[in-house]
Design a binder for this molecule. Structure first.
Ligand code: ADP
Ligand code: MG
Length: 276
């Protein structure tokens, strides 16, 4: 055996092992995901892709430390995730998560101040990250004066300013118009190339998964189980019209819905989004 074979594989930054997540309410138990396992490595752009209701947001909430698994485990750098922490920051779809009475800069500073960062440093970091997302000129503007895309940039700047180990994004561009959405996907890619953060990104759009991710975990409809895991680093917005991209889209659609369509007796048409 060559000595190279003895080098251990890198440890994942984030590991989900056999994670089952449930909600318990008056109407009984809702099982959101079942036996979901995946490993996210440093600098991954890891995408959870599946139809609405398959438990993507629930998985993200569990990684965020807001809910605990019924079975299985979630670890970050080898330590069990038991509560929310500044090493895992979530960007949501609703940009009205920005309090309207705070300026853009105050919005970006707020979680840093809450986490004990001194005002002067928080201010510097806010200005730095607003510059990175192209909003330096809007630091003193109020959120209601910004477009949807600009609010998305503020939310991203605010999250990255916290320097999380993993950036968690729950359909962050879903509420934007198609053109703005593309711009944001592109800007996210540019930021990632520059900074190299680690990201766990949730979407129900096959095209967005291929464009944003380097690895994609396909989840079955409710309750979410792992259907497959794919590499997608070769795709970007630039390749979105190519035949390879179309073939990957169709293959993913088949993996997600093949059984359902066979059961229904129809061939079905591959679509870009899973349930739009
Ligand atoms: N707070 C809740 N209480 C009970 N059931 C919930 C709650 N949130 C989500 N669910 C259910 O859990 C399942 C997964 O939801 P969710 O994680 O939001 O899916 P996705 O993000 O993939 O659309 C769905 O069946 C949903 O109805
Ligand atoms: Mg969701």
């Amino acid at each position: 055996m060559s000595p190279l074979n003895l080098v251990p594989p890198p440890e994942p930054l984030l590991r989900a092992a056999h994670v089952t997540l449930e909600y318990r309410g008056e109407r009984g138990i809702v099982r959101a995901t079942e036996d979901v396992s995946f490993d996210v490595y440093e600098r991954d752009r890891f995408v959870l892709l599946g139809p609405s209701g398959c438990g993507k947001s629930t998985l993200l909430k569990a990684v965020g430390g807001f809910i605990a698994p019924q079975a299985g485990s979630l670890t970050l750098a080898g330590k069990a995730i038991t509560r929310p922490g500044p090493d895992r920051i979530v960007v949501f779809q609703e940009f009205d998560q920005l309090p309207p009475w705070k300026t853009v800069r105050e919005n970006v500073m707020f979680p840093m101040l809450a986490g004990g960062v001194r005002r002067k440093e928080a201010d510097q970091r806010a200005r730095h990250w607003l510059g990175k997302v192209g909003l330096a000129r809007f630091a003193d503007a109020y959120p209601h004066t910004l477009s949807g895309g600009m609010k998305a940039r503020v939310a991203i700047a605010r999250a990255l300013a916290m320097q999380p180990a993993v950036l968690l994004m729950d359909e962050p561009f879903a509420a934007l118009d198609a053109l703005t959405r593309r711009t944001m996907q592109e800007e996210l890619q540019v930021l990632w190339e520059e900074i190299g953060f680690t990201m766990l990104f949730v979407t129900h759009s096959i095209e967005e998964a291929l464009v944003v991710g380097n690895r994609i975990l396909l989840l079955s409809p409710h309750p979410g189980r792992v259907r497959a895991e794919l590499n997608s680093h070769q795709f970007s917005l630039a390749s979105a019209g190519s035949s390879e991209f179309q073939a990957a889209t169709q293959r993913i659609h088949g993996l997600l819905f093949g059984e359902l369509e066979r059961a229904a007796g129809g061939a079905g048409h591959p679509t870009k989004a899973i349930n739009e």
